[in-house]
Structure formats: C-alpha cells, structure tokens
Design a protein around this ligand. Structure first.
Ligand code: FAD
Ligand code: NAD
Length: 513
C-alpha cells in the first residue's frame, strides 16, 4: 500500500512536472488572447465614442470668462484637450480646421504615409468637451489688447458675405506657431519647397515625380537629366535629415524598380552651414548619422552656406569663402523657424517688454510679458526650450491647469466674501492661498528621435543625470512605437499602421498628384 502510495505520488509529481511548462504556455496564450480581445474592444469603443459625440450644453455663457485660443497645432490642441469648458467659454480660431502630427510629415513627401492619416479635425476634440466650444476657421490678423478684441479674416478660397470680423476675449492664448525661416535669402520663397504643412508635403511629392518624369522626356540632355534628378536639401536640422532619409528610401525601395534607367542617376545632397548636421544631438549620433548618409550615397556639404536661390541652381559659399553654384531639380528648404507677422505686431505693441526676436517673451507661467490676459505657448513663444512639439504639448497641458487654478481662485474669493463665520472664512482663506500658489511651468524632456533612412533611427534619451544615445534598426522600432503611441487618436493609429503595411506589401504609389 505504502509502495503503491509512493508510486502514485511519483506519478502525480511527474504529471505535474510535465504539465508545468504546458500550463505556463497556456497562461501566456491566454494573456495574449485576452489582451488582444481587450485591445480590440477598447479600440472599437474609442472609435465608437469618437464617432458619436455626446450632447453638449449651450455655447456662450455670459457669466463665464471667454478664452480665445489661436491655432490648432500642438500647443493649442493640447490646451483644448485639457481645459475645463465648465469653467470657461472657449473659442478656437485657426486658418486650418485640423491638428497635424508633424513628426511623421516627412514620410508624406514620398507617400510612405498619407497626409490624411496624420490629421485630426479640431471638431473631433471640441465636440467631446462637456460644453460647446466655438470653432472659427479663420486667421487672426490683429490683436487689440486695449479693447480685448481680435480681428479675424477668412482667407480660404470660398468666402461668404462676411469674411472679416472681430471677437472679444477675456483671455487670449497665442499658439500660432512659427513660419519658415528664409533669412531673407533671395529666391527661397519663389523656388524652394518648405516642409511644415500638409500642402508642403503634397507639393514636394508632386515635384519629385515631376522632376523624374521630366528627366524621362525624350531628347533631354545628360546635363539636364543630372540637374533634374539632383534633389537638394538645405538645412541639416532634424527636418532636413528626415526628409533626405525618406527620399533615399523612396529611391531605393521604389524608384529603382519603376525607373531603372533613371534611378541610378538620382542624387541627394544636403547643405548645412554649420560644421555638422543635427547640432542638438550627441556627438556619437551626429557621427553615426553622417556615416549612415555616406553609406546611403547622400552627400553632405557642411560649412556651406546658401547665399542665393535661382530657378535651377543655388549659390553657395564654401568653407574657404569661395562662391559656387549647385544645379538642382528639387530644392527643399529646412532652415528652421521665424516669427509670424501677427506675433511681430503683438511684440511691437510692448517694446519695453518684448525684445526677443525668436517670439513672445513670457514669464514662468506663460503669461506674455507686459500683459495680464495674453498667454503664449509653443513655437510662438520665446523660452529657454527648443521649439518642439514636446515643449508645445506640455505647455498647453500646463496652461489648462493654470486656468483651472484661476477659476478655483475666483470661486474661493466669492466664498470667502460670503463666509458667515470667522472659522469658515479662515478655512476658505487657506484653500484660497493654496489655489493662488500656481507652480511655474516645468518641462520634462522625454528624449529626441530622428529617422535617418534604411530603417535606422537615432535616439537621445534622458537617463539619470545624463542621457543614453542609441542608433540603428532597433532604435527605428522604438521610433515607430513611440510615434504610434503618441499619435492623436485610435483612428490616426489605425491609418498610420495601415499605411506602413500598405507600403511594405504594395510599395509606394509613384503616380503624380
Ligand atoms: P504649430 O503646430 O505650427 O501650430 C500653429 C497653429 O497656428 C496652426 O494650426 C496654424 O494653422 C495656426 N495659425 C497660424 N497663424 C495663425 C493666425 N494668424 N491665427 C490663428 N491661427 C494661426 N517636434 C518634436 O518635438 N518632435 C518631432 O519629431 C518633430 N518633428 C517635426 C517634423 C517636421 C517636419 C516639422 C516641421 C516640425 C517638427 N517638430 C517636431 C516641431 C513641432 O512640429 C513644432 O515645434 C510644433 O508644431 C509647435 O507647435 P505649435 O502649436 O506652437 O505650432
Ligand atoms: P533647425 O533650426 O533645427 O535646423 C536648421 C539648420 O539649417 C541649422 O542647422 C542651420 O545651421 C541650417 N541653416 C540655416 N541657414 C542656412 C543656410 N543659408 N545654408 C545652409 N544651412 C543653413 O530647423 P528644423 O530642422 O526645421 O527644426 C525646427 C525645430 O523643429 C527644431 O526645434 C527641431 O528640434 C524640431 N524638429 C524636431 C524633429 C525631431 O525631433 N525628429 C524633426 C523636425 C523638427
């Protein structure tokens, strides 16, 4: 019996031992299965929720203060998402009725991603707020701080009877971003292509294909073919680098197959005034990018300053001071930002307080210096931070918190005045003191990423007191997942993933738009 028992025990132990890895495998399978079901259910719910906005309360409440938000970019959209519309009337004024996810815009220039996958209509956000938000597709052309009024103009192609109007504000949020910097160099506006907006990416895509088809026109001289197929990028910042990288991938992945006679003649050149590209990245990543570009046959001309842009060539100043010309078919101009006229006009109203050329000087709470009711954020403001989406988004979220605290201050002030006993008054006063203690804006840097072509990316990530620099294919996987998770909505995520799959399976579309 004892022997039998022992035998049984050993048997069940053996069974357990053989079952253990199996049950672990089964547990893993269950986790994956239920995880998938949960994410599909969550995705379906969020998409349903997005398509079916709830009933909203009425529009303008005269008892509440009105915030007018200028722009629908990173800064303004992040503010809009976080602002409590129960506490304020909110009006958005922007010449474009959508938010654009700029980090993936270079991918649209060659058709890796469709521009529609990167935009999110601003009404998708405002319709989900508890109280109605007024959205006006117009450009703010003037701000009158004395009257607390802005002038708005409908600059779209179709205009109604009314195309200019005025709007009053209690608080004004200036999130109009910046314009492309040209340094006043002759010919840039006329012949160069910028890369900032949806239409810029579309224009570049059309022009690339036009250059190639024109080069294929019968009887073209070899010199002309060489010029037409020379794609020049000016500016070795992240925009210029990412564009050159995308163009390289398009050339290798698609053009080689569809234009075998021309693809070998396509040349990509990047011109940079400084001694190296990507000055904001760490030295090893700069070297890695430059060597990767060399492997990809992308020519980098550093210490070379563009002095003039003509219809078919650029005039550059070489490191030794001599002038030279570079013929081009397509010219992409990516030399950074400058302030918009609206921002310059606003600055001119406060000459004593506003003298930073980069943008609107603000205090630590993002309030425009010299004013009490105007706030500036994102690329329109001049702070110690780089003009990036990360900074703009964090500022927008922060400013919504500031407004929440301002609203609770007002409520508490009324409650203090209405307090019936000393005890109650003291209690409310303590709360009011707390609400008045608004912490200054603090930026938390999440790292810098840049795509450099051939499925490689670079990343400078903060780690402890220093940072970790990494580059290569694994970093590209990280780059992709970081951008996918940062995309605006489930809709955008689905569209971008579909675009990537389409590109991998079917290749990019080479037809001209
Ligand atoms: P924007 O996003 O430019 O928005 C400005 C808004 O104001 C727009 O809606 C515009 O239509 C509107 N507007 C303009 N004029 C007026 C007016 N007169 N009245 C009312 N509204 C007006 N940053 C990163 O951190 N990571 C990246 O990977 C990255 N990649 C980038 C790639 C590209 C190609 C580019 C161009 C930029 C990239 N950036 C990136 C930088 C980032 O896009 C900007 O810093 C960010 O867009 C700034 O946000 P913003 O809200 O201040 O301005
Ligand atoms: P940038 O200011 O970063 O770089 C512009 C470059 O152009 C500079 O290196 C400058 O030396 C060069 N330049 C200027 N004039 C020149 C001339 N005449 N000839 C030759 N070179 C000239 O501009 P950007 O790349 O457009 O970036 C703008 C902002 O957006 C930056 O803050 C950047 O960090 C951010 N951004 C970030 C990413 C990313 O994180 N992946 C991508 C794009 C943009």
């Amino acid at each position: 019996m004892q022997q039998q028992l022992r035998f049984n025990t050993t048997d069940s132990q053996t069974a357990a031992a053989t079952k253990k890895p199996f049950s672990k495998w089964r547990a893993l399978k269950n986790v994956v299965k239920y995880g998938l079901v949960a994410s599909v259910a969550y995705g379906t719910y969020t998409m349903y929720d997005q398509r079916h906005p709830p009933e909203q309360q009425g529009e303008i409440d005269p008892s509440k203060k009105t915030i007018v938000v200028l722009g629908s970019g990173w800064a303004s959209t992040s503010f809009l998402k976080a602002i409590d519309t129960e506490q304020y009337n909110v009006v958005v004024v922007s010449p474009r009725n959508y938010f654009l996810f700029t980090p993936l815009l270079p991918s649209c220039t060659v058709g890796t991603i469709d521009v529609r996958s990167l935009v999110e209509p601003i009404r998708f956000i405002t319709r989900h707020k508890s109280r109605q938000v007024r959205v006006v597709e117009a450009e703010c052309t003037d701000v009158d701080p004395e009257r607390k009024v802005i002038t708005i103009t409908d600059n779209s192609d179709i205009k109604g009877q009314a195309s200019t109007s005025e709007l009053s504000y209690d608080y004004l949020i200036v999130g109009v971003g910046a314009m492309n910097q040209t340094f006043g160099i002759k010919g840039v506006e006329q012949y160069g292509c910028f890369l900032k907006e949806v239409w810029d990416a579309q224009k570049i895509r059309t022009k690339v294909m036009d250059c190639i088809e024109t080069a294929a026109f019968p009887g073209q001289s070899s010199e002309e073919i060489e010029r037409l197929l020379h794609m020049v990028v000016v500016g070795g910042g992240p925009t210029g680098i990412e564009y050159a990288a995308e163009l390289h991938d398009f050339l290798v992945d698609d053009l080689t197959a569809w234009y075998p006679e021309l693809a070998g003649k396509v040349k990509i050149t990047l011109v940079e005034a400084l001694p190296n590209v990507l000055p904001a990245f760490s030295k090893q990543l700069i070297d890695y990018t430059e060597s990767t570009f060399k492997e990809q046959n992308i020519n980098i001309h550093t210490k070379t300053m563009v002095k003039e842009v003509c219809e078919k060539e650029i005039v550059v100043q070489r490191p030794d001071g001599t002038k030279d010309t570079i013929p081009y078919g397509l010219l992409v101009w990516a030399t950074g930002n400058t302030t918009r006229p609206l921002v310059r006009n606003l600055m001119a109203r406060y000459p004593e307080h506003q003298n930073i050329r980069r943008g609107l000087a603000v205090d630590d709470w993002l309030c425009m210096e010299g004013t009490k009711e105007i706030f500036a954020l994102g690329d329109a403001s001049a702070t110690k931070y780089a003009p990036t989406a990360q900074v703009a988004a964090q500022q927008g979220k922060y400013l919504a918190r500031v407004f929440a605290q301002l609203a609770s201050q007002e409520t508490l002030e009324a409650e203090v005045a209405a307090a019936t006993s000393e005890d109650e008054k003291a209690k409310k006063m303590r709360k009011l003191q707390k609400a008045k203690d608004i912490k200054p804006f603090h930026y938390s840097h999440q790292g810098s990423l840049c795509y450099i072509g051939s499925d490689k990316a670079i990343a400078d990530l903060p780690f402890g007191p220093g940072n970790v620099a990494s580059g290569g294919v694994a970093t590209y996987a990280f780059w992709r997942s970081a951008y996918i998770s940062n995309l605006f909505s489930t809709r955008n995520r689905t569209l971008v993933i579909t675009d990537w799959l389409k590109k991998t399976i079917l290749g990019r579309d080479i037809s001209r738009e």
